[in-house]
Design a protein around this ligand. Structure first.
Ligand SMILES: [Zn+2]
Ligand SMILES: [Zn+2]
Length: 799
């Protein structure tokens, strides 16, 4: 008997960690845990980060939870492959490429650089930055196949995405339409509604509001009558085509300095400077009475549209009296409500703003061909012009929440344009049903609240982007007869065009043309896919399904679990659910584990610029990953709460959990070595009450953790474990010490040894998923076996 290695008095986690990481790598413990014979697979999808992103506290938290679940199931006897992924495409990379190339517009990309060179620059950026992540992944002790990562820019991945697009198209789920969509003038692309909900995309912004007067055909006692309207987007006034009122609201004709203003009665008191403290009301009516009244165009540019029914009052149910004057200026191309109001009332469309967000030539007073400003920048000019022409009544500033481009941070506009949509309305009943019936959410409330509500209110998804670095939309169109062909694989492209492609990016796919039935040449449409479409394809595209791995995929879908933070409920969880419903009529995941957000100690957002946090890498190296994990696992961020991060919590976890556990092992080792203890197999038999108590406690602990973990409920794990450690050290060992001190090797002493050893070995296994390094260190010492992570999960029998 060689005895146990005597432990240092308190564990230096950081040093143990570096040793253990090296050791695991050399012995390929992770690889062996995945390839463990014929074990059944637990399938897990790892959400792909942008390779240019920087790992942060959120990365650490989500990694710890993913790792915990995977380690648990591995010990339960499953094979849990964990493949890393990279979200390589999209605007974040494109903006970096623009910087690297020293350019700032699409014109430069298309005219001077060329799409090929631009995409090559994107490729270079994406190919470089992965080493920071590797170091984090290593130091987190996160087991993952990092080198085998799937990449959304790989040929195989993109081919599966094209296949998915074609499937959706063939099912009648994809259409092109002219609709109002969020639009970034700098990036020159439409965005989806979800993009405007990315973390802090919608944030406070100060804007000028203005009240303008629209001259009517009415006079009262020789005084001219005007409609008033309030807006925070003065740049849309040149495109005004109608005014909307609330059918049942009360309106007043108010005399003001020899003129008569019409506004919603309830709003008069909001603007004493216009209407006076005691408004002189000449006449009152309902909104319905105003319908059909006409007015003079504010600007002359589209005056001819009067013949088509423009410049009149209509009703709309969203008009209220809370904001403005209860009459809503309506420009069909620049707001979703505006668009539908005009369509419903057969008012024509005007859209005098170009791709760069500049006024077009029609808007003669504001158009310029040199140094043009975006329409948002033109607001002050428009306001000044209206005052100069006696058409403005009042103005002021307002701070409101306004959507910004999640990438370049410029304010967005809403603009009508052609875009490709995925028909969510058509899928909606099934999306809701599959969520209700087949998805297990942790915490449970997500099903009905956050995800359920999001599904109910979901709208058709704009899947097209007017950009370059993404999977091209694989539709070819004939400019002559309008014929459309959708190609869903390289083979189909080759069959049609005779061209063999081994790269599916725009510079190659755009070159693919072929003759139409009518004799003209078919070209690909210019748009690329929203990157969320690509990440929604992770389940099958990472396996190049259906071109490869067909059998495997069909027997391993949906996956067993996904772990992401609350923000992904409306993003990745949602897009996965949409595409798997559309393509396979199944959910994408059986268990959706959602965690919360980490904030600074003072409740503010963690931010690099305000330096209100310590880099998690530094914390891991200073305190050891295990202590870091044990702290986070006990917080409300494991459910969907916000955690106010406090470094002291890491030290607490060390002192409350790691140290007592370590000391208990140390206690055992020093006596066991002295007494030449030899371990026995199986549950120790003892009549001693304390032995029976501690074994029962161990059994209860194992049972609770097992039950929770089988249901993916990760939040109570460490609390349960802590109670066991407390019982073991503060109750059992403290009161059983004398039994180990006794001389000789009595039956009672043997029972004490057997019990303590049994408890420690099993407790070590229970520690393994949540404190993988320290558990490994102790397990190897106590058992002489290779790895606790290759050991079976304990099943403690009842005593
Ligand atoms: Zn932008
Ligand atoms: Zn044709």
């Amino acid at each position: 008997m060689k005895g146990y290695q005597v432990l240092e008095s308190s564990p230096k986690l950081a040093a143990i960690q570096q040793d253990m990481l090296k050791n695991w790598k050399q012995e390929k413990v992770f690889e062996r845990s995945v390839h463990n014979g014929q074990a059944e697979e637990i399938v897990f999808y790892d959400g792909p980060p942008f390779p240019t992103g920087i790992p942060h506290h959120g990365t650490v938290l989500v990694s710890f939870i993913k790792d915990l679940i995977a380690r648990y199931h591995t010990m339960k006897g499953y094979s849990v492959p964990r493949v890393w992924g990279w979200d390589c495409h999209g605007l974040p990379i494109e903006t970096q490429a623009e910087k690297a190339l020293g350019i700032d517009s699409k014109t430069e990309i298309e005219r001077s650089i060329g799409i090929g060179k631009f995409n090559d620059a994107c490729y270079d950026i994406v190919s470089k930055n992965n080493e920071t992540w590797r170091e984090y992944v290593d130091q987190m002790a996160r087991w993952v196949d990092y080198d085998g990562a799937y990449k959304t820019m790989n040929f195989s991945y993109m081919e599966s995405v094209m296949w998915a697009f074609k499937q959706c198209y063939d099912k009648g789920l994809i259409y092109r339409n002219y609709r109002v969509t969020p639009y970034c003038c700098r990036c020159e692309t439409s965005l989806s509604i979800s993009d405007t909900r990315e973390s802090d995309s919608t944030r406070p912004r100060q804007d000028r509001w203005i009240i303008t007067k629209f001259k009517t055909d009415d006079m009262i006692d020789g005084k001219q009558v005007y409609f008033l309207a309030w807006t925070t987007t003065p740049w849309t006034l040149p495109s005004n085509l109608c005014l909307a009122v609330g059918e049942k609201l009360d309106y007043a004709y108010v005399e003001v300095e020899g003129e008569v203003f019409v506004a919603c009665k309830a709003t008069l008191s909001h603007f004493p400077k216009i209407f006076g403290k005691k408004p002189v009301i000449l006449r009152e009516c309902k909104g319905a009475d105003l319908v059909g009244k006409t007015y003079e165009p504010l600007f002359p540019y589209f005056a001819d549209k009067a013949a088509e029914g423009a410049f009149r009052v209509v009703t709309a149910d969203y008009v209220g009296s809370e904001e403005g004057v209860g009459i809503v200026h309506t420009a069909p191309a620049f707001g979703e409500d505006d668009y539908w109001t005009c369509r419903n009332h057969k008012i024509p469309m005007v859209n005098p703003v170009d791709e760069k967000g500049h006024f077009t030539k029609e808007v003669t007073d504001f158009y310029t061909d040199t140094d043009a400003k975006t329409v948002i920048e033109m607001n002050p000019t428009v306001i000044r012009f209206l005052y100069d022409n006696g058409k403005a009544v009042a103005d002021g500033t307002i701070e409101h929440n306004y959507p910004h481009c999640w990438r370049c941070r410029e304010p967005l506009i809403y603009k009508a344009m052609d875009a490709w949509y995925l028909d969510i309305e058509k899928l909606k009943p099934r999306l809701i049903q599959l969520n209700n019936e087949q998805v297990n959410w942790i915490p449970e409330s997500v099903k009905d609240s956050r995800f359920g509500k999001w599904l109910e209110n979901a709208r058709d998804w704009n899947i097209s982007r007017n950009r370059y670095w993404s999977t091209p939309i694989p539709i070819w169109e004939c400019p002559e007869c309008g014929e459309r062909v959708v190609l869903g694989s390289q083979a189909e492209i080759e069959e049609r065009s005779g061209k063999h492609l081994d790269n599916l990016h725009r510079q190659y796919v755009d070159e693919v043309t072929f003759p139409c039935k009518c004799g003209a040449t078919m070209h690909r449409v210019p748009e690329v896919l929203d990157c969320w479409f690509e990440s929604g394809c992770v389940p099958f595209a990472q396996k190049h399904y259906p071109f490869e791995n067909k059998e495997w995929f069909e027997s391993h879908f949906p996956c067993d679990f996904i772990v992401e933070y609350t923000g992904q409920i409306r993003c990745w969880f949602y897009y996965l659910h949409v595409l798997s419903t559309a393509l396979f009529d199944r959910p994408a995941f059986k268990n959706g584990v959602v965690h919360g957000t980490i904030l600074a100690k003072d409740g503010k957002k963690l931010s690099k610029s305000s330096k209100n946090y310590t880099d998690p890498m530094e914390l891991m190296k200073r305190f050891g990953t295990d202590a870091f994990r044990l702290y986070l696992y006990q917080t409300n961020a494991m459910l969907i709460g916000d955690l106010l991060f406090d470094e002291a919590g890491i030290l607490d976890a060390y002192q409350q959990l790691v140290l007592p556990f370590w000391n208990a092992c140390n206690f055992f080792i020093s006596y066991a070595n002295a007494d030449g203890f030899e371990p026995k197999q199986g549950l120790p038999k003892s009549d001693n009450q304390r032995d029976r108590w501690v074994l029962a406690k161990l059994e209860a602990t194992e049972k609770t953790i097992t039950e929770n973990m089988n249901g993916y409920r990760v939040n109570r794990y460490v609390d349960v474990l802590a109670s066991m450690v407390d019982g073991l050290t503060n109750w059992y060992i403290r009161r059983s010490r004398k039994r180990f001190w006794a001389s000789g090797y009595s039956a009672d002493k043997a029972a004490a040894y057997d019990t303590l050893y049994y408890v420690l070995v099993n407790l070590t296994k229970l520690f393994a998923p949540v404190a993988p390094i320290i558990a490994e260190k102790i397990y190897r010492n106590l058992t002489g076996e290779e790895s606790v992570h290759l050991a079976a999960w304990p099943k403690v029998p009842e005593t």
